[in-house]
Design a protein around this ligand. Structure first.
Ligand code: G3D
Ligand code: MG
Length: 183
């Protein structure tokens, strides 16, 4: 049996969405910043040894600029999971997850299986401006399955974040199927 999931990354411009995807998909980090225009998507499979299953992931990278926001519902629909990304050195990017991106999600996506939070750029230890308490408060209010601090630059926690959300989607899908075997 093969499993295919769509995972979409959301968050403000320049928090590192494209960099996280590139680290995960190609294990590279590009210094030259090319803002994402519109939408890109990538494919990568991930193997979870605990359950001996390989998952085919399609990962969608959506531009953070406000001008694209009204068009994004069609890209977000059908996503099994969302990765909400903020920048540990810029507090407004965390608050915007709560006030702006979460609102878009609620308005535009009827249902999804999992949501995880990534605080990116944890390599910039001296520039960190967000406390752990603030992150945990937002994690709770968004009802996220987990919250990870990661770095696309060093690679820290990047694979783990994608594996965790894959596992959580799988688990929640199984739960739904057991509750309603006709799905
Ligand atoms: P976006 O797709 O969310 O808009 P990008 O963000 O992936 O394009 O990254 C925006 C900027 O942040 C880029 O820098 C990129 O190199 C940097 N960046 C992304 N991830 C990390 C990280 O983990 N650590 C550090 N230190 N920088 C990161 P520039 O300078 O090109 O704007
Ligand atoms: Mg981008």
């Amino acid at each position: 049996m093969s499993y295919s999931y769509k995972i979409t990354l959301l968050g403000d411009s320049a928090v590192g969405k494209t960099s996280l995807i590139q680290r995960f998909v190609e294990d590279t980090f590009a210094e030259d910043y090319q803002p994402t225009l519109g939408t890109d998507f990538y494919a990568k499979s991930v193997y979870l040894p605990e359950i001996d299953i390989e998952f085919n992931l399609t990962i969608w990278d959506i531009a953070g600029q406000r001008s694209f926001r009204e068009h994004i519902s069609k890209y977000m629909s059908g996503s099994n999971g969302f990765i909400l990304v903020y920048d540990l050195t810029r507090p407004p990017t965390l608050n915007n997850l709560h006030t702006s991106w979460e609102r878009d999600l609620k308005e535009q996506v009827s249902s999804f299986d999992s949501l995880i939070l990534i605080g990116n750029k944890n390599d910039l230890k001296n520039n960190r401006k967000i406390s752990l308490e603030d992150c945990i408060a937002i994690e709770k209010s968004l009802n996220a399955c987990d919250h990870l601090e990661a770095s696309a630059l060093s690679g820290d926690n990047v694979n783990d974040a994608f594996k965790k959300i894959t596992w959580d989607i799988y688990k929640n899908n199984r739960k739904k199927q057991l509750q309603n075997p006709l799905i």
